[in-house]
Design a protein around this ligand. Sequence first.
Ligand SMILES: Nc1nc2c(c(=O)[nH]1)N[C@H]1C(S)=C(S)[C@@H](COP(=O)(O)OP(=O)(O)OC[C@H]3O[C@@H](n4cnc5c(=O)[nH]c(N)nc54)[C@H](O)[C@@H]3O)O[C@H]1N2
Ligand SMILES: Nc1nc2c(c(=O)[nH]1)N[C@H]1C(S)=C(S)[C@@H](COP(=O)(O)OP(=O)(O)OC[C@H]3O[C@@H](n4cnc5c(=O)[nH]c(N)nc54)[C@H](O)[C@@H]3O)O[C@H]1N2
Ligand code: SF4
Ligand SMILES: [Mo]
Length: 717
Amino acid sequence: MTVETKVTYCRICEPLCGLVATVEDGTVTQLRPDADHPLSRGQACPKGIAFVEIQNDPDRVLHPLKRNDRGEFERVTWDSALDDIVARLRALPRNSIGGYLGNPPAFSYSHATWFAAFLNALGTKHSYSAGSQDINSRFAASALLYGAVTQLPFPDLPRTDFLMILGGNPLVSHGSALNAPRIKDQLSGITKRGGRVVVVDPRRTETARAFEHVQVRPDADAWLLLSMLQVIFAEGLADEAAIKEQTVGVDALRRAAAQHPPEETEAMTGVPADVVRQLARDFATAPSATAYGRTGSCLGRHATLVGVLIDVLAIVTGNLDRAGGTLFSRGVIPLEEVAEKVGLASYAVKKSRLGGFDDVLGSFPAVLMADEITTPGDGQLRALFVSGGNPILSVPNGQKLAQALPQLDLMVSLDLYVNDTNRYADYILPATTWLEREDFPIAVASAAPTPFIQTTEAVVAPRGEARQEWAVYDEIATRIGVEPLGVGMLQKLAPLSTRMPVRATPKLLFSLLLRVGPYGDRLGLRRGGLNAKKLRQHPHGIVLADHAATGQLKHAVRHKGGKVRLDAPALVEELERLGDRHSDDPVFPLRLIGLRELRSHNSWMHNSPTLMKGANRKHQARINPLDAEAAGVVDGGAVRIRSRFGEIETLALVSDEVGPGTVAVPHGWGHEGGGWELANKSGGANSNRLASSEIADVERLAGMAHLNGIAVALEVV
Ligand SMILES: Nc1nc2c(c(=O)[nH]1)N[C@H]1C(S)=C(S)[C@@H](COP(=O)(O)OP(=O)(O)OC[C@H]3O[C@@H](n4cnc5c(=O)[nH]c(N)nc54)[C@H](O)[C@@H]3O)O[C@H]1N2
Ligand SMILES: Nc1nc2c(c(=O)[nH]1)N[C@H]1C(S)=C(S)[C@@H](COP(=O)(O)OP(=O)(O)OC[C@H]3O[C@@H](n4cnc5c(=O)[nH]c(N)nc54)[C@H](O)[C@@H]3O)O[C@H]1N2
Ligand code: SF4
Ligand SMILES: [Mo]
């Protein structure tokens, strides 16, 4: 037997913790934290360690599968699957072919790039992703403020004196839109330095418990932030010099904020006016301060506006682009420039066929997919690729999507499993795991308080007949006559004098981009700069600087004139729309929010025996004791949760960690009919059955699904 150890990094979530794999005769038998990783320094979470069970899962799809007339999956060869897929695609207009990209592909440089390039080359509008349930509002906010849709401003954790978190639970999620290994230590570091961490959240989360908690009502952040701004402007706490130097259009904000003093918003937010006043003063007068929002700030009715206001707090207090404040992201690979050059850095350039939504990075709200399939007309969605995603569980109203999917002419999924969504597919093509492919961090690595780069080779060969997604898209594209990322594209990205290859590969493309990027060796012109060889010599990665760069505004802001824009028309309209918030519905008096768990990852790690161990490993709804009593629901008992759109049954966990009126339920549960045996037995319910897929309920500026703050009622079962 040969036993080897191989250094790699985890690609489940955003810290990208360093891992060491033990490989016995070509099989990964153990994953452990990499003590020599300069930033994660021997730390990893239970999911990363347990990934070995996913890697070797007997339920994994290892061969192409085709659904037969009886609705069962049969093994077929790659050749027959691809021949049939290509033939069926050729028979369809290109604008009727589409794709949904899930969350895991964001951690694969090759998958994400080739998928986007494939759809782009087809010229179809049908690009959907997990982004409309996650982060597109952040991108839209950046487009409006900075004219730079891929910009991901992030908190300078190692230097800040005051961090305000809105709708993030980094002690469980490990940080998102932020690449910060050992985030718990980073947050404790702030308080140890004498600074403060304030968590604004409807639930007393793990992070809120460890630091200061401000309990807000679900979906009320816009009013809370406007009230903080009102105090800052009214009390002369704004940094007028910074505002003048960095921005245009502040008056629109002043006017809007003036209408929302804390006393007026108290009833809406549930946060006492004096608490808001003090918070605003403390934020504005701290030596440095930064506000950071994550999914809890992105899934409400005014997601994009909230994203804007979070940055605005830092901007008007003089904390943008300076140490300890909010910093501009900057990739080792200049992703924003790349996206601009290949025409993917768009916001509000195209409109969706249904609903008239603006595109965000070329994609449209995933909640539209069901209607796009069933609504006839030019550009009707007829063929769908679902790539590393499970939208029936992750998108509002999965039952509607489940009814629409069988009406497609062709559905193809690239995945590790038969999941709740691709069980409706014509073909499931086996994809490699991250242990089976080389990689290069692109998506989140740019939002890094400590700039860092690590690349990895594949740890083991693909199991079974699994193939890398990019190669599958490349082959399909070539055979139907479109070029996803051709040599022409390469030339655009990095004009070269040397020999040009015949075909672009991810490795070639990204090693080139690395070399021409801000840390690159400029194809040999800059000594000591990065290139692929240097990265191979540093398998645990390289810290590129002690701190993220400040003074980036001129480079980061793409608006003409180079200043942050605070009065984009779309924003001003949205501020005006705030007034007509619909009144509460007495039939559904409570508000549903989401919840992430340490040992779940969205919908797809419920098949790991280690992660599912323990008597408490059940799907539960957290309910305040007052609401439980009113509904006659008891702790541990069954509860039915109803909304205007659907109902679910699950178990009640009665706890005052949620305030009265708030119910918290994790998404990604309620598996049925997929190929993952343990997940199917784990029970629970799909909380997104309670969410609306009506166009009127989709957030206007970024097409965000409304997943936090859904009006619900409780019943005892
Ligand atoms: N109510 C509510 N809903 C939410 C959220 C919420 O907070 N509340 N969060 C939203 C967010 S932030 C997200 S990101 C989405 C996630 O939404 P999705 O991405 O649609 O769902 P996942 O559960 O992540 O499913 C990922 C799929 O990818 C597969 N997979 C894993 N690794 C690989 C790989 O390397 N290659 C391929 N081809 N497949 C792979 C898994 O087997 C699984 O089937 O859910 C969203 N939905
Ligand atoms: N263990 C684990 N880690 C994960 C994931 C996972 O599923 N499990 N998923 C990964 C993914 S895809 C993502 S995108 C990230 C997400 O990373 P985070 O956003 O940090 O994760 P969440 O736990 O969803 O945190 C959202 C918080 O927002 C709060 N919230 C809900 N509604 C509101 C509101 O209206 N206002 C405010 N202020 N707060 C609100 C919720 O109570 C919750 O605490 O996590 C990643 N990491
Ligand atoms: S926190 Fe866990 S899942 Fe996320 S990268 Fe680190 S080890 Fe992987
Ligand atoms: Mo996400």
